[in-house]
Each structure stands twice: as C-alpha cells, then as structure tokens.
Design a protein around this ligand. Structure first.
Ligand code: B12
Ligand code: SF4
Length: 549
C-alpha cells in the first residue's frame, strides 16, 4: 500500500524526529511504499529557535539561512498537492505537535478538498486531545499514543477494506459517533526496529554546536518519566490511558540495543555527536548505567548530549559520564521559586541548593550544561521570576564557559494541567473552531500565552529579554527583589491556587463540549471563591487585549 507521511514542521527546527521516523520504518519494513512530505526547510527562512538563542547570547552565532528556501503557504500547498497527484497514496498520515497544528490543518485541508484519501493524524497533540482533533473535518482518524503497532494494523484494515473495529489505539467516527478502540500495551523498547533514516533531507543531521555544524544522530534510550510535572505531557501519558498501564510508561532500551543501533548508522553517517531525546536519561538503574558508560567509552566513543533530572546526578556518576564522552547535559529547572516548583509545578522536592550543586558538579567535570527555565505560570509573581533569575545568576557564575541558562514562556499545551487551569480560569484565548475547540490560540514558547494579573504582557517580555543580562550581572537585580520571601506573603489568598488543588491528580483531556468541568463543579457546590480570580472578574482586561496591557 502507498502511504504519504506529512511532517508539518513550520519553524525550521531541524533534527530527525524519532516518532514519525519509527512509524515510517515499520511501514517500510512491512513492505509498504512510503514517501514523506517534509516542510522543515521550505516553511521557514531560518531556524527560529536558534535565532532566539543567539539573540539571548546563549549560543555562538552560525548563519543557517542558506539551508532554507522559504515558500509561501500557497506554494507549499501546491507542492503538496503535486506530490499527492504524483504518488497517489492510499493513506495520508501526519505527525502533529500543537505549535504546528494550524499549519498542518491548512495542508491537510487542501488534500481533503481535492482528493478522496483517508487522513490519519498521530503524535503528541492528537494523542492528548483526540476529542478536539476528531472534530477537525480534515482529519478522519487518530492513532493515539505510540503508533508502531497500531498504525500497521490500520494499514491492514485500509488495504483489505475491512472494519476498523479491531485497530488498536484508533479514534474514529462511525455513524456520526466518535469511537475509541482498545489500546495496545506500551512498546517493549528492545522490540523496536532501528530507525530507517533514508526519508530525511541530510540537513536534518546537522547540529549547530559551539559555533560549528556537527554531523548528529538522534536516538532514544528510554521513554517516559516518573515525575508528575503539571506542565509536561508525560503526566498525561502516565494516567490518561489504560489504568493498568500507569506504571508501565517509563521504559528503557537495553544498552546492547542502543549501542548496536548507533554503530549501525555510524558506519555510514560518521556521527560527530549523538543527541539523546530521552527526558530523563539517568532515570534508570545504576548497574545499567555502569554498563552504558563502559561500553560507550570502548565501543562507540562518540561525544553525546543528554537531558536528565538534577537529582540523578552525583559525585559518582558525573565523572563516569565525562569519561564516557558526555559533553553536555540539559536540566529542566523551570523556576527558581522553590514554592512554585513544589506546589504549582509538582516537580518534586528539589531545592535550589540541589540545582546549584548539580551544576557545580558538571562544571567541575568539564561538562557543558544548560539550565532551562520558564516564565508565565498561572499564579506566578514577579518576585518568583526574580528568584529564578537569582539562582540562575549563581549557576552562571560557576563557570561562564561551561554553564548556560535559557528562559522561555510557559506554553499551555493541551493535555497538561497548565492548560486545564488556563482554560478553567479564562487565562488563555481559547479557540472555538471545530477541530480546535479548547486549544490555546497561537500557542508558542516564544511569547506570553497566559494572562497573568501579576505581570503585564510587556513586563513578561522585558523580563525574558533581559534574563541573560540579569544572570550575567550586566543588569542589576532591583533592590526590592534582592531578598526572597519563602512565605510568599505577596501571594497569600490568591484564589488561583484552588484550581491547582482541583487538578492535583493530574491533567484531563479536553472535552470540547465541557471545557470547564472543575469550575462548574465548584460553582455548583457553592464554592464561589474561584470567581474572584481577576481573569474572571475584571472584564476590563480582556484576554484578547492582554498584549496591549
Ligand atoms: C526530540 C524533540 C524534538 C525534536 C524532534 C521533534 C519531533 N517532532 O519529534 C526537535 C528538536 C526538532 C523538536 C522541536 C520542537 N519541539 Co520537541 N520534543 C522532542 C522530545 C524531547 C522527544 C521527541 C521524541 O523523539 N519522542 C520519542 C518518540 C518515539 O515519541 P513521539 O515523537 O511522541 O512519537 C510517537 C507517538 O507520538 C506516535 N506518533 C508520532 N508521530 C506520528 C505520526 C503518525 C501518523 C502516527 C500514527 C503516530 C505518530 O508514534 C510515535 C512512536 O511511538 C519531546 C518530548 C518527548 N519526550 O516526547 C519534545 C516535544 C515533542 N517537543 C515539543 C515542542 C513544543 C517542540 C517545539 C515547538 C519547540 C520549539 N519552540 O521550537 C518544536 C516543534 C518542532 C516540530 N514541529 O516538530 C513538545 C510538544 C508539546 C505539544 N503538545 O505539542 C514536547 C512534547 C516537549 C514538551 N514541551 O512537552 N522537539
Ligand atoms: S521531570 Fe521533566 S520530563 Fe519528567 S515529567 Fe517533569 S518536566 Fe516532564
């Protein structure tokens, strides 16, 4: 069968995406004819993320605009329609993240208008919000969650023209009713095939790093995370599906498998750096990591970069990471306010002290590090932001060559508690078009998305823009923020925190027919305090006008 995949990447953020690559791989391995329409290098004139990082003085500038050949949306659609005409697929399959959903919709809509080919969507956004996406007239079906097994079953059903009833993980409509089929188990990571990389433009393998472009490989050694952060899609992946599978989400690939996979590709591609996409690389047993350090050092010898949680680093493993050629580590701290981290983000009990120690340890072992933080959580105050700035200033001062810190805006992605709370409290402009109902309009990590009564839109941008200067000591921290208030007297009585309590158990997938279930429940029970949240009382500040405020 012929399957045309769509990777609707609209901001030029290149790197081989493992998810859709694995889906294409299983299809090709099963004998299907697979082609890809990838917009990465034609929908943007540069890599927006790198430009932002360069502007924030986080990376050494490397001009990359020559890699891009920006087309208008109309031109992209013409190319897409031509591709469909030439290839004549039996099925169109798109991988969608929320930032690119609107763009994906425009491309899929053009196909829907002109051809009669079934369209299926997978990836994080359809997985988090199936009831929203299935209302989209340009999407016929959704594969929830991991697609390696389910998608092949769907191909079988489409090819043989048999009922979709037995296709696992499928969300579809029958007789006007939305149906959710049974789910398959989370994948055994050692049973996954090695990625087939032939679909991708070679530019996807380039990684701007320390002022150079390196040949990079993108691999995964684990899936999932054991933490419960309120802003992260991982929490939904733990609890949003099969109750029996809650503890099964966090899984590892064996060291043997990952080494074999990397070496297999390295023979042809000569990697200069391996990027591990795992969210919490060191969140596995000590003995397995020992095996990894030893074997990587002897058999692979390629420098690598990981993301991990701060509490996984210690005096014993950091030198081993270094010895096995780990050259960089990304850490999500998210906020420097311990109260916000513990109570709003549910990020665990990590103290600022633990973060500073962790960064010190990495610098001592000459490993580069990045501390990622955000601004704009509902219930965050300017005082909290300066707590973030102060702890990052300490981290920066450890070693300016080896540490870096990056601040982005909180993006309330559907499927996270941040999104639930933002919708319930009227803190975001919510889309009301079928297929989009309940999603945040124009979501992006590059601008404020969430109305915050404690900080104006302009002030948030100013704080983000000045973040690097504050932490480098080029801008003084205002006198009134020099001392932190661990009791957060400035926030006492803020009714917003009630909504966090209502979502303590985790996020709920958005139902476009009932967007504010918890608020409705509170009002029904006579708990009217929630209505005192300024976004619900102050009609003068319309969310739509927040950017002028
Ligand atoms: C590596 C990575 C990237 C890479 C690769 C992107 C990609 N599309 O995979 C790069 C660096 C390019 C990237 C960029 C961005 N990323 Co990113 N990224 C990740 C990260 C850390 C790992 C992704 C991964 O490889 N996962 C492992 C694979 C196996 O899982 P998967 O991709 O979900 O795929 C499985 C299923 O979803 C499904 N599936 C996927 N596609 C399809 C398609 C079909 C047809 C089917 C049936 C099934 C299916 O099957 C797959 C296999 O099981 C994730 C966090 C995470 N842990 O997932 C964030 C994440 C996906 N990124 C995110 C974001 C926001 C971005 C950016 C917008 C950031 C920015 N400001 O630039 C851009 C957008 C780029 C784009 N349009 O794709 C968010 C998405 C949130 C959301 N709800 O949309 C995530 C979840 C992180 C977060 N903040 O929570 N990212
Ligand atoms: S620690 Fe990181 S990856 Fe894990 S749930 Fe929290 S934000 Fe997500």
């Amino acid at each position: 069968m012929k399957i045309l995949f769509l990777y609707p990447n609209h901001e030029g953020y290149f790197r081989v995406p493992i998810g859709i690559t694995l889906i294409m791989t299983v299809c090709k391995n099963a004998g299907h004819d697979v082609e890809l329409f990838d917009t990465t290098f034609i929908a943007s004139e540069d890599n927006v993320d790198t430009l932002v990082r360069e502007k924030a003085k986080l990376t050494k500038p490397i001009p990359m605009d020559a890699m891009f050949n920006k087309h208008t949306q109309g031109e992209i659609i013409d190319l897409w329609l031509k591709k469909i005409e030439d290839f004549k697929p039996d099925l169109i399959a798109a991988s969608i993240l929320e930032d690119a959903y609107k763009f994906a919709d425009a491309i899929l809509g053009a196909a829907k208008n002109k051809f009669d080919i079934p369209i299926v969507a997978g990836g994080v956004t359809p997985t988090m919000s199936p009831l929203v996406c299935i209302e989209n007239p340009n999407i016929d079906m959704i594969i929830l969650n991991e697609g390696e097994v389910a998608f092949l079953e769907l191909c079988k059903a489409v090819e043989k023209k048999i009922s979709y009833e037995d296709v696992p993980n499928l969300v579809w409509t029958k007789d006007g009713k939305v149906k959710k089929n049974k789910l398959t188990k989370y994948m055994d990571m050692d049973k996954l095939p090695n990625q087939r990389l032939e679909f991708w433009n070679e530019k996807h393998f380039m990684k701007p790093y320390d002022g150079k472009m390196l040949m990079s490989g993108n691999f995964e050694m684990s899936r999932g995370c054991m933490h419960k952060c309120h802003y992260c899609f991982n929490r939904y992946m733990q609890i949003g599906f099969d109750k029996e599978q809650v503890g099964a989400y966090r899984r590892n690939k064996s060291v043997d498998t990952i080494i074999r996979e990397v070496l297999e590709h390295d023979k042809k591609l000569n990697f200069e750096i391996i990027l591990f996409s795992d969210d919490n690389f060191l969140g596995r047993s000590f003995s397995e990591m020992e095996e990894f350090y030893e074997r990587w050092e002897k058999e692979v010898k390629i420098p690598y970069w990981i993301n991990t949680c701060i509490e996984t680093l210690n005096e014993e493993n950091v030198p081993k990471l270094k010895k096995s050629k780990c050259i960089g580590i990304g850490i999500g701290m998210e906020t420097g306010s311990e109260w916000v981290r513990r109570n709003i983000l549910l990020k665990g009990k990590m103290t600022n002290e633990m973060y500073v120690e962790g960064f010190r340890l990495m610098a001592k072992n000459k490993i580069r590090s990045t501390c990622n933080v955000m601004i704009g959580f509902p219930g965050e105050y300017e005082e909290d932001v300066f707590d973030t700035i102060k702890v990052n200033k300490t981290i920066r001062s450890i070693d300016k060559e080896l540490t870096s810190c990056a601040m982005s805006f909180v993006a309330p992605y559907a499927g996270t508690v941040m999104h639930n709370i933002s919708v319930e409290l009227g803190l975001i402009e919510v889309n009301d078009k079928p297929g989009f109902r309940g999603l945040c309009k124009d979501i992006s990590m590059l601008k404020p998305n969430i109305y915050n009564p404690n900080m104006s839109w302009k002030r948030m941008i100013e704080l983000r823009d000045n973040f690097t200067d504050y932490i480098n000591g080029d801008l003084p921290i205002p006198e009134k923020y020099l001392k932190s208030d661990p009791d957060r007297k400035y926030a006492i009585g803020d009714p917003i925190y009630e909504m966090y309590t209502a979502y303590k158990q985790g996020p709920k997938s958005i139902n476009p027919k009932s967007l504010t279930p918890e608020r409705d429940k509170m009002i029904k029970n006579g708990n009217l305090d929630i209505l005192k949240v300024p976004s619900l009382t102050n009609k003068k500040i319309n969310i739509r006008d927040y950017h002028n405020y």
